[in-house]
Design a protein around this ligand. Structure first.
Ligand code: DX5
Ligand code: ZN
Length: 223
């Protein structure tokens, strides 16, 4: 696997041309397709749900990285697994029985991720980190695309890297929110391995070239 993996977020796609945008991602250097599900409760916004995920899955040739910004996501894990999710990420703040939720995701044959809001310390994952396939560091407050990256979250990426290393965990570190050419280098240096990018990709004149550029940006500049 060559890091960073790039996971463009469909939240910033044109919902009236979703098939076109998914096919663009299929042809691009994107590694995963990030699917942001919002319930209007855990976050103040409503995005889309199961039928859209199923429809995207009919056209996507890349793994669906489903980010559940919903309360008690355990109610919907099986349905999202059936709708095509490869990675199912739940929020630490939304799960009263997180250990069980992670087991449920694995029992469904999916990779399991836990997302942390900007104010939630990385150390809260210490008893669970060896069970995880992914830690998602939110670098904005979840709920909306196009927000500004919160600089303090950069140190959480290196804290996650240290915790993963200490515990011998296999978890990948994903960063979501305000990611673009201006911070990709710092994020990768801090330990980010999967970069979610919504507006940076879809607001660009050439989304496919932007995905390629994000993937290559962290390479050291030639002398
Ligand atoms: C925010 C979502 C993000 C969002 C990122 O709640 O989880 O995935 O789409 O959008 P940008 O890249 O525009 O910040
Ligand atoms: Zn997301």
């Amino acid at each position: 696997m060559t890091f960073p993996l790039i996971a463009p977020s469909l939240l910033a796609a044109d919902f009236a041309n979703l098939q076109r945008d998914v096919e663009m991602l299929n042809q691009s250097a994107a590694d995963w397709i990030h699917v942001d599900v919002m319930d209007g409760m855990f976050v103040p916004n409503i995005s889309f749900g199961l039928p859209v995920c199923e429809a995207v899955n009919r056209h996507a040739t890349k793994p669906l990285d489903v980010h559940l910004m919903i309360m008690q996501p355990e109610r919907y894990l099986e349905a999202f697994a059936k709708a095509g999710a490869s990675v199912l990420t739940v929020h630490w703040e939304a799960c009263p029985h997180l250990h069980r939720t992670i087991q449920q995701i694995h029992d469904l044959g999916c990779k399991a991720g836990v997302a942390l809001n900007p104010h939630t310390p990385v150390s809260l994952l210490s008893e669970l980190i060896d069970q995880l396939d992914l830690v998602l560091i939110m670098s904005v407050n979840p709920g909306f695309g196009g927000q500004q990256f919160i600089p303090n979250t950069l140190s959480k990426v290196s804290q996650a890297r240290d915790l993963i290393h200490q515990r011998g965990s296999q978890a990948l570190i994903e960063v979501d929110g305000g990611v673009g050419s201006q911070n990709v280098q710092a994020l990768v240096e801090a330990g980010a391995q999967v970069l979610v990018a919504g507006s940076a990709v879809f607001a660009a004149a050439d989304p496919s070239a932007t995905i390629q550029a994000l993937k290559e940006a962290p390479l050291p500049l030639p002398n």
